[in-house]
Design a protein around this ligand. Structure first.
Ligand SMILES: *[C@@H]1O[C@H](CO)[C@@H](O)[C@H](O)[C@H]1NC(C)=O
Ligand SMILES: *[C@@H]1O[C@H](CO)[C@@H](O)[C@H](O)[C@H]1NC(C)=O
Ligand SMILES: *[C@@H]1O[C@H](CO)[C@@H](O)[C@H](O)[C@H]1NC(C)=O
Ligand SMILES: *[C@@H]1O[C@H](CO)[C@@H](O)[C@H](O)[C@H]1NC(C)=O
Ligand SMILES: *[C@@H]1O[C@H](CO)[C@@H](O)[C@H](O)[C@H]1NC(C)=O
Ligand SMILES: *[C@@H]1O[C@H](CO)[C@@H](O)[C@H](O)[C@H]1NC(C)=O
Ligand SMILES: *[C@@H]1O[C@H](CO)[C@@H](O)[C@H](O)[C@H]1NC(C)=O
Length: 767
């Protein structure tokens, strides 16, 4: 029953989103109060203490209290610190207008809602916590990973601090006391920080006239935060098992790293203003890595709390990784695309939970399901496709009304955005014995092992069509389902997840995004100990299997923690470069990584490729950047000086001389945008830093994108010292383009067979 409550809460969440969405569409009058994030200039007077800062922020606000129709409320929602230079406050749009005249004002924008980047149906249950693919050398010793998420379940066995040392001296954070539910006694040397930031959410709930329960606790009310935190840095938990299924050792990517959690979401809704507050605190506390599995719509960087807060983080040497989003598979669907972030897409593991349909003619198809009843007889049963009078129009079993399915195996079509488990509920209710659920065309070959409630198999669109043709070809079609359980490597992996958001970046097409992909399908990790997995299964469980770019992001954050512990001197950009230039692009069959269509995935789906954990620790060369290097890039993006200052928090002067095009940023990949009016050739320079052997020599190999020639000068780089820097020039020239929209290639610097430093090249042709 517990989860049913959860579902109601969730539905309430959706209503709120709808309400807010409508009010943003212009129904809000000029005098309606909303939360705005206001970014201001640091006063000339120099450094302020926190009291002076608050009064400086307060000087931007109207003298009158904020009054809505029902009550009056304080103006200030958050006064951010010295790192952010700004505040969140309750204002009307008129008041924001008049504030713009004040000296020191930079930019203001309305608070926005962000979402968790898990797939919509988190009903997946895990079998084998086999993370053996992700073996690596380091464990993240002495590193602190901060997560902005839905909170934490502190009693979880993955958060045991057995064998963990004290937090490093630089740690300034704490665990907040939140009464009976959560206090600092629950923290230990693994979980060293826990906070809750929800004033933005409360203001939104107030706007929607919603009641809320006691929410001032870092305790996870959703599951997502416990899952991402234990993925990044969960301790070893031997004999993790779920409902008696396969046993194994669960562990995070960096099992010796410390965790600090910043709960910025309320029942799954996360506001920009709360995220900024969490990032502000995390950086002040002294975390080394921040992991953000949240996302919203793509926005200019000066109106994006993640981009703004993360810039302060990288100024302090803190690495930030973010989910690309779950809005795939179309192009131009990603968010969190600022070049100072690592933007992470999602792909499959080499594991599937097999439930394979078998027809009377012995033909079998690959399927998946997590519900694998042992007592299901493999004797063939009549097979039906309940399309209207057998004419094969859409048969989405959600809408099934015919009673002709009793005791039969029913072939159903998956409706776009439908809940697969729900289709099975209808089939079961109408008396069906089993379900074969075929994909829609868009989802193609992308399969998911769902927690069905009847014997079921999820099959591809192509296989579904073959089954349809079989039904059509014979008088008494029959079928059964073979439950084969956990199977490794029976198909190629990784495959880019169908939901993983794709580039090009809307805000900055001259930077290739996503940067990288990592495991985000059917990931097993910790789950709040009081939460069941679905309304059909009320028994709480310690582990859950869910999917999303939310799940791939903490994998990369954990890896960043390991790289930081083995290379403490590396900057965030150097860590990112190491991951990008060592990523691999071939699957377990030695062929290019595919997407849901089983064709090679394009560069805007995979970015540089799939993270290679072992190779990233020893990349040979890195493309380094410090925070100031982004200023000419931001000027070149066409932002004016106040907009750039809102991000960088220091006065800037953009001029022709001090701005660069996006492609000139010293990024470890290339994205070249040709337009019909623009130049037909671009020359970009790059500087690499030697982090490999002191005496080493690199030669270059270029694979030219279709329609483009690539010339690299010089074509040899010689190093005699560690940390030595060398520059090269690369010229991209458009040749015959034809009707191409995109093309791709790479350049690779290699030193014998020891190092391969690969930079992918994306090309966008605009007409
Ligand atoms: C589990 O704990 C959370 C956080 O305290 C709470 O919101 C939720 O209602 C609890 N769920 C159940 C089923 O008790
Ligand atoms: C702190 O929390 C623990 C566990 O919930 C509880 O046993 C203890 O009484 C709490 N301490 C205080 C001071 O509230
Ligand atoms: C079903 O069979 C008929 C006759 O053989 C054929 O015309 C039709 O295209 C078939 N439909 C499908 C969906 O295979
Ligand atoms: C799947 O299970 C069936 C029996 O249920 C068995 O005959 C078959 O060999 C299994 N296939 C694989 C690939 O394990
Ligand atoms: C990852 O890197 C290691 C070490 O260089 C290499 O042996 C391995 O083949 C790489 N993995 C893949 C999948 O390319
Ligand atoms: C930058 O653009 C914003 C929005 O158009 C404008 O309000 C602001 O005054 C501009 N700043 C400068 C320095 O031009
Ligand atoms: C690198 O090569 C130079 C010249 O051959 C030599 O003097 C130097 O000792 C070498 N350095 C290392 C670390 O091997």
């Amino acid at each position: 029953m517990e989860q049913r409550n959860g579902a109601q809460v969730l539905k309430r969440g959706n209503t709120i989103m709808l309400f807010i969405f409508i009010s943003h569409l212009g129904l809000a009058s000029a005098n309606q109060l909303r939360t705005y994030i206001v970014l201001v200039r640091k006063p000339e007077a120099g450094t302020l203490n926190s009291q002076e800062r608050e009064s400086w922020y307060g000087s931007f606000l109207p003298d009158t209290p904020a009054t809505s129709s029902s009550s009056s409320e304080p103006r200030m929602v958050y006064a951010y610190s010295e790192l952010i230079h700004g505040f969140a406050a309750r204002l009307t749009s008129e008041e924001v207008e008049s504030m713009k005249a004040k000296d020191g004002f930079l930019h203001a924008y309305p608070d926005k809602l962000l979402r968790l980047q898990t797939t919509r149906t988190p009903e997946f249950l895990g079998l084998s916590p086999n993370l053996g693919l992700w073996r690596h050398s380091g464990f993240g010793n002495g590193i602190i990973v901060g997560l902005l998420d839905t909170g934490i379940w502190p009693e979880h066995p993955s958060l045991s601090d057995s064998g963990m040392p004290l937090p490093p001296k630089k740690w300034k954070g704490k665990c907040v006391d939140a009464g009976k539910d959560f206090n600092s006694s629950l923290c230990n040397n693994k979980l060293i920080g826990a906070y809750v930031y929800n004033r933005g959410s409360k203001a939104m709930l107030m706007d929607a006239r919603e009641e809320w329960d006691e929410i001032d606790t870092p305790r996870d009310d959703y599951g997502h935060g416990t899952h991402t935190a234990t993925t990044a840095a969960g301790a070893f938990v031997p004999h993790a098992d779920i409902y008696g299924f396969a046993k194994g050792t669960a562990r995070g990517m960096a099992p010796h790293a410390h965790l600090a959690v910043y709960k910025v979401c309320v029942i799954g809704n996360c506001m920009d203003s709360d995220i900024l507050a969490g990032l502000d605190q995390a950086v002040q506390d002294g975390v080394d890595v921040v992991s953000i599995s949240l996302g919203g719509d793509s926005r200019p960087f000066y109106e994006d709390a993640i981009a703004i807060g993360a810039f302060s983080a990288i100024q302090k040497g803190v690495f930030v990784s973010c989910a690309a989003g779950n809005n795939g598979p179309d192009h131009y669907t990603l968010s969190s695309d600022a070049p100072w972030l690592l933007t992470v897409g999602a792909s499959t593991l080499d594991r599937a939970i097999r439930a394979n349909p078998k027809l009377e003619n012995s033909e079998t198809f690959l399927g998946e399901s997590l519900f694998q009843p042992k007592d299901f007889k493999e004797t063939p049963l009549p097979l039906v496709f309940p399309g209207k009078d057998g004419d094969f129009i859409k048969a989405q079993c959600e809408e099934l009304t015919t009673k002709e399915i009793s005791g039969k195996v029913v072939l159903c079509e998956r409706a776009l955005g439908s809940d697969m488990v729900m289709e099975g509920e209808v089939v079961l209710k109408m008396g069906g014995a089993a379900m074969i659920l075929m994909n829609d065309e868009r989802n193609a070959y992308a399969l998911m092992a769902s927690r069905h409630i009847l014997p079921a198999a999820h099959v591809s669109f192509a296989d579904g069509n073959k089954i349809k043709a079989y039904i059509n070809s014979t008088k008494n079609p029959t079928a059964t389902i073979l439950f084969n359980g956990t199977v490794f490597r029976d198909t190629a992996a990784p495959v880019v997840a169908v939901f993983s958001s794709r580039g090009p970046s809307l805000q900055s097409p001259g930077i290739l995004k996503p940067d990288i992909i990592g495991p985000g399908m059917e990931i097993l990790a910790g789950w709040p100990l009081n939460m069941s997995l679905s309304e059909h299964d009320t028994k709480p469980t310690a582990f859950n299997m869910i999917s999303g770019t939310s799940m791939s992001t903490p994998h990369l954050s954990g890896l960043a923690a390991m790289l930081k512990s083995s290379h403490p001197e590396w900057s965030p950009a150097a860590i990112k470069s190491a991951m990008i230039t060592t990523a691999y692009i071939l699957n377990t069959e030695g062929k290019p990584i595919t997407d849901q269509t089983h064709n090679p995935a394009d560069i805007f789906a995979v970015g540089a490729g799939h993270v290679n954990i072992t190779q990233a620790a020893d990349p040979g060369l890195v493309y380094d950047l410090n925070a100031d290097d982004y200023i000419p890039y931001l000027c070149g993006l066409g932002y004016n000086e106040t907009q750039v200052e809102a991000i960088t928090k220091s006065k800037v002067h953009c001029s022709k001389e001090t701005s660069i095009t996006q492609g000139e940023l010293n990024y470890p990949s290339f994205s070249v945008v040709f337009s019909s009016q623009g130049p037909s050739s671009f020359s970009f320079s790059r500087t690499v830093t030697n982090v490999g052997d002191a005496n080493s020599s690199y030669e270059v190999e270029a694979v030219e994108p279709k329609g483009v020639s690539v010339k690299v000068k010089p074509n040899k780089l010689e190093f005699t010292e560690v940390n030595q820097k060398k520059s090269y020039q690369v010229v991209f020239s458009k040749e015959g383009v034809g009707s191409l929209e995109f093309s791709e290639g790479h350049i690779k610097w290699y030193s014998g067979s020891k190092y391969e430093v690969r930079s992918p090249i994306a090309v966008i042709f605009r007409r």
